[in-house]
Every structure is written in structure tokens, then in C-alpha cells.
Design a protein. Sequence first.
Length: 122
Amino acid sequence: MTFLTKTELAKWGETLARTYLENNQVEILESNFRTNSGEIDLIGKKFDRYIFFEVKTRQTINYGFPEEAVTIDKINRIEEVAWEYFELNNIDDVDWQIDIISIIKNPSSNKYEIKWIDNVLE
């Protein structure tokens, strides 16, 4: 079994998520968008809706599923950064949502399970 480091796993997961989303008609606008308030892993647009993605990747579920690591505090920070993104880019009066991409990678192979959790604000 070969486990990736935390940094390697995060990069691998975000790359996989990006490809997955692009294959599902999401145009990726930004990756690792940072402000003083926090970071958003991926920002995309599908049709006329902006989507702010939190990507969580794990190699084991011993400590729970990846999406369970996204707390309400994290969602609130993503929402704050999303508003800053709109302000910095002079975007207003748009539809938007926050989604989670949950990935479990098998450390023994190249197999993985990916789940797209839609609109966690609702």
C-alpha cells in the first residue's frame, strides 16, 4: 500500500475533481482562489450558475467520509469568500451555490470513488 502525503493527496484530488467537473459540463474559472477570509478549491460555472466547490479527498474512511469533514464553519467561510469573489470581479445578481466533491482513493490501486454533493446551502 502506498499512501500519498496530505499535500500530494489534495493536489491529486483537486486535479481529478477538475477533470470530473469539466466532463460534467462545468467550466472551471478559478482554482485555489484565496482571500484573507479563506480559500475556495474550485470555482466553476454551469450554464448561468456559479458553483463554489470544496474538494475533500481521503485514502481511508477510518475517520469518516470526506464530506463529513466539511463543517458549517467551513461552509460559512466559503460563502464569505464567494461574496468576495463576486465583489472583486464586479459580478452581481447571479445564481450560485456551494457544492462538495468527495473522493475516496484506494491506496493499493488507482481506483477511486467520487461523489458530487449538490448545493449544501439548501
